[in-house]
Write a protein that binds this ligand. Structure first.
Ligand code: ATP
Length: 202
């Protein structure tokens, strides 16, 4: 089974594209959702977060205090890097177990906003980048999250530029509202199935 990463800047349409892959029967590991789950449920990760950021990152009822943790790391690159260095290995290990469970399929997808930034692309066989123009991405996220332009730009500042991701990717899906999505997804789907067969026959 091929392990395929799918990434793209905020608002590029990763989740939308993944929903279509899922309709085709392709399993998708949602790394960002899973990271949130692990921060709440993985005892080793919980202990590491408490050790480095203090017991108060968990409330008395055991719930992770996301707002407090965000306030601790906000605007501090070193603390953001420390937080990522705790969370990313936990997600990497968890996704590896998940991927092992899908060995019988031609390929499975791992969706992550920071696939390149975290270095996790190195464990994958190929990467799909979902790409869209910056202004369109900003508009989409403002609408989706009822967010402000400034808040969206602040989130974008933590990510690599879209063109850097596109240059490193093996497959591009252009989600600019002009190019049709489904034919592009079907094309990549066919290529990956074919590539998987070739891999198995070697
Ligand atoms: P994030 O990194 O924030 O999770 P994302 O890359 O997963 O973002 P989506 O949530 O898939 O992006 O898309 C952002 C918003 O744009 C959503 O509300 C989605 O419905 C909308 N959207 C995505 N693609 C299109 C499209 N081709 N046409 C219209 N709306 C779209």
């Amino acid at each position: 089974m091929l392990k395929i990463g799918i990434t793209g800047g905020i608002g590029s349409g990763k989740s939308t594209v993944c929903q279509i892959f899922e309709l085709l029967g392709v399993p998708v590991y949602h790394a960002d959702d899973r990271a949130k789950f692990l921060m709440q449920h993985d005892p080793v990760l919980q202990a590491a977060l408490k050790k480095h950021f203090g017991d108060k990152v968990y409330q008395e009822d055991g719930e992770l205090d996301r707002a407090y943790l965000s306030s601790l790391v906000f605007g501090d690159k070193e603390k953001v890097a420390l937080l990522n260095s705790l969370v990313h290995p936990a997600v990497a290990a968890d996704s590896e177990v998940w991927l092992q469970g899908h060995q019988h399929l031609p390929y499975a997808l791992k969706e992550a906003a920071l696939l390149f930034e975290s270095g996790s692309y190195r464990q994958l066989d190929a990467i799909i980048s979902v790409t869209a123009p910056l202004e369109l991405r900003i508009e989409r996220v403002i609408k989706r999250d009822s967010s402000t332009r400034e808040a969206v730009l602040a989130r974008i500042a933590h990510q690599w530029p879209q063109d850097k991701k596109d240059a490193l990717a093996d497959y591009l899906i252009v989600n600019d509202g002009t190019h049709l999505l489904i034919p592009q997804i079907l094309h990549v789907h066919r290529e990956l199935r074919q590539r998987s067969q070739l891999t198995h026959s070697v």
